[in-house]
Design a protein around this ligand. Structure first.
Ligand SMILES: CC(C)c1onc(-c2c(Cl)cccc2Cl)c1COc1ccc2cc(-c3cccc(C(=O)O)c3)sc2c1
Length: 232
C-alpha cells in the first residue's frame, strides 16, 4: 500500500528536528576537545565537561518533544535519567560518523581511549560507533531515533508507561514511514535502526560498570552528572 506521511506527522518531524539541531553543545565547549593536553586525567576532565554540557542540551531538547511536558513531572525525570547515557552514545556516535570537519573525530576517539575506561568496554563501544556510521543516518533519522530512545516506556520508576508508549508510538510510526520512503531499496533499514536501540541498552549496562571503575579510582563527576547517574 502507498506509504504517506500526513500533514501532522510532517509538522511533528519539523518540530523535533529543529529542536534537535537548535540544542547542540556550544562550539567553544566542543572545541576544547582539540586542546593539546592528552593525559588520562585531562581526557577524563574534558569528557566530563562534554557529558555535562550534553546533559544540559538533552534537557532543553526534551522540552520540545511534543507531549513530553504533559507527562507526569516525575516520569519526565525518570525518562531523562534512564535515557541520558543512550542519548549521549547516539550523540557521540554522530560526531564519529559525520566526520566532524575540524578533526574532532580522531581527537574524540583518542580521548575516549585514554580516559581510564577499561579495554573490555572499548570494543563494544567502538563497534557501536562503527555500526551507527554504517547506517549513514540523515538528520531526521538521528533526531527521531534519539527521541524514541528518550520516550522508552520501561525505564526504571516510570509510573504512567502507557502515556510514554503513546508518545513513542507516534514517533516510531513516522520514522517507519520515513525509512520506507528514504530507503526503498532497503526494506530492513527501519528494523536495523531499531536494532541499534537494543545495542544501546547493552552499552548502557557497560556504562554503569565504567562509572563504578572510575569512581573506584576516585574520579570526580559534576553535580549534574551525579544527579542524572545517581552517583556520589
Ligand atoms: C563523564 C564522562 C567521562 C563520560 O562518562 N561516560 C561518557 C560516555 C562516553 Cl565516554 C561515550 C558515550 C557516552 C557516554 Cl555518557 C562520558 C563522555 O560522554 C560524552 C557525551 C557526549 C559527548 C558529545 C561530544 C561531542 C564532541 C564533539 C562535538 C559534539 C557536538 O555536538 O558538536 C559533541 S563528546 C561527548 C562525551
Amino acid at each position: 500500500e502507498k506509504v504517506e506521511i500526513t500533514k501532522e506527522q510532517q509538522a511533528l518531524v519539523k518540530v523535533v528536528v529543529e529542536a534537535y539541531n537548535r540544542h547542540q553543545i556550544p562550539q567553544d565547549v566542543a572545541k576544547k576537545l582539540l586542546q593539546d593536553q592528552y593525559s588520562a586525567e585531562e581526557n577524563f576532565l574534558l569528557l566530563t565537561e562534554m557529558a555535562t554540557s550534553q546533559v544540559q542540551v538533552l534537557v532543553e531538547f526534551t522540552k520540545n518533544i511534543p507531549g513530553f511536558l504533559s507527562l507526569d513531572r516525575e516520569d519526565q525525570i525518570a525518562l531523562l535519567k534512564g535515557s541520558a547515557v543512550e542519548a549521549m552514545f547516539l550523540r557521540s556516535a554522530q560526531v564519529f560518523s559525520k566526520k566532524m570537519p575540524n578533526g574532532h573525530t580522531e581527537v574524540l576517539e583518542e580521548r575516549i581511549r585514554k580516559s581510564g575506561i577499561s579495554e573490555e568496554f572499548m570494543t563494544p563501544m567502538f563497534n557501536f560507533y562503527k555500526s551507527i556510521g554504517e547506517l549513514h543516518m540523515v538528520e531526521e533519522e538521528q533526531a527521531l531515533l534519539t527521541t524514541i530512545t528518550i520516550l522508552t516506556p520501561d525505564r526504571p520508576y516510570v509510573k504512567d508507561q502507557q502515556a510514554v508508549e503513546r508518545l513513542q508510538e507516534t514517533i516510531l510510526d513516522v520514522l517507519r514511514k520515513m525509512c520506507v520512503l528514504q530507503h526503498p531499496q532497503d526494506p530492513q533499514y527501519f528494523a536495523r535502526l531499531l536494532g541499534r536501540l537494543t545495542e544501546l541498552r547493552t552499552l548502557s549496562h557497560y556504562h554503569a560498570e565504567m562509572l563504578t571503575s572510575w569512581r573506584v579510582n576516585d574520579h570526580k563527576f559534576t553535580p549534574l552528572l551525579c544527579e542524572i547517574w545517581d552517583v556520589q
